[in-house]
Design a protein around this ligand. Sequence first.
Ligand code: NAG
Ligand code: NAG
Ligand code: NAG
Ligand code: NAG
Ligand code: NAG
Length: 463
Amino acid sequence: MGNPHFLALLLISALFIVLSHFHGGLAMAAHTTGTKDGSELWGYVQVRPRAHMFWWYYRSPFRAQNPNKPWPIILWLQGGPGASGVGIGNFEEVGPLDTSLNPRNSTWLRKADLLFVDNPVGTGYSFVEDKELLVNTDDEAARDLTRLLIAIFNRNKTLQKSPLYIVAESYGGKYAVTLGLSALKAIKAGKLNLILGGIVLGDSWISPVDFVASWGPLLKDVSRINNSGLKISNSLVEEIKQHIANGEMKEATKTWSFLERVITYTSNDVDFYNFLLDSGSIHEPVTAAEQSRKFANKRYSRYLESLRFSAGAKEGDIHTLMNGVIRKKLGIIPKHLEWRDESQIVFDYSEVDFMRPRIDEVDMLLKAGVNVTIYNGQLDLICSTKGTEAWVEKLKWEGLKTFLKMDRSPLYCGNDKRTRGFTKSYKNLQFFWILDAGHFVPVDQPCVSLDMVGNITRSPMTS
Ligand SMILES: *[C@@H]1O[C@H](CO)[C@@H](O)[C@H](O)[C@H]1NC(C)=O
Ligand SMILES: *[C@@H]1O[C@H](CO)[C@@H](O)[C@H](O)[C@H]1NC(C)=O
Ligand SMILES: *[C@@H]1O[C@H](CO)[C@@H](O)[C@H](O)[C@H]1NC(C)=O
Ligand SMILES: *[C@@H]1O[C@H](CO)[C@@H](O)[C@H](O)[C@H]1NC(C)=O
Ligand SMILES: *[C@@H]1O[C@H](CO)[C@@H](O)[C@H](O)[C@H]1NC(C)=O
């Protein structure tokens, strides 16, 4: 990892960590440990018998006291389904350290505490003792996450003082809205002690049909496919719509997968996470560890790995990190478990809900008065801004007409006069358009993302 100072620190903290052995039995409902100074906590929560969810909390070293503004906590929900938030979101996007264990200047800890989770069970360090315990639906995942929040928050008065903002990326958006509703219900029933600050949907897969329908026209407009490509794409979108109308959800997912391949072919390998890029050209695996692993098609986090490699890094392979020094530090990861960035089986078990829209859930949150923020990267293809705008227009929310008519304000960052994006808000809905960013907005535009998340969470540390 090439950072002897940090390794020494890790070693010292490892010595002080309260190490205890992992028990998979029913008696073990929750299992928490952490660093001695309390700045990091992590553990397993048994969300259902023999289904174990891993979480990792970081207390911000940038905390500021402000009696009018409580210090916020961000729960980060990764996509996939089956991509590890504890690995990808933490070390590749917004956590305090990067995959070479160097400090990340733009970490969201500057604005809030961070809570990462490997969701749904079966993802990352989370695991099930029988694969029939994997979740099939967004609602099942939301119920598990609610149990996790109960286990973490109900016994900690300090955490209860911080409003929780659920910030999602990609497929995580569907979990964010179902969790938001489930958490709200648990709070009202007196079963969950926390303040729900808001729901934040970053490039989120809220309405799959609107996204797939945007791909062809968008790529045609930017010269990436020709008319015949557009025609095939549009016909497959019709097929997907038909499947969904007939309730054939698995078939809809299969046609989606086929459409992705058709788009890849007709565009000569466009990158779904940034349509200005080729997927192949920056995706050369370099290390031996990389080459020895079998890559799943269109793996979600490949984009992030390849950014690192194309920047010239020879180290910082996330698999080596998560199965090596990090697992040693955590001390409670079961021996048999191999950390992977994305779980194929978790994805496969989710295939029935994969193409199901969650627009109604967004409406329910808005109606319940929950603050909902949407942000989208301009260059994202998979969850394009065009698709996001299309589903927003389908909301039944009473404020929608006014929201759509309103003007946007430009966004800048620091002393830079370049336009970084636009925003508008009305009542409890806010939208951020982030320029020159693909799917992974915090990675592509760290400066404006950090400002944005500070503003959304009403952090005492707003710039
Ligand atoms: C509660 O959370 C704080 C971090 O805000 C931590 O320092 C403390 O150890 C936690 N308490 C328990 C009992 O987990
Ligand atoms: C680190 O972030 C701070 C504040 O966000 C900024 O002022 C500074 O220029 C950044 N430093 C580097 C090296 O990017
Ligand atoms: C929700 O948004 C409104 C309007 O922007 C704001 O006044 C309120 O403080 C926000 N609530 C939370 C919990 O952030
Ligand atoms: C359109 O694009 C496809 C896929 O790249 C190609 O095979 C086909 O020849 C093109 N058709 C025309 C008319 O350019
Ligand atoms: C955050 O809020 C500040 C102060 O209101 C504003 O100047 C800035 O443009 C906002 N930035 C973003 C990214 O929302």
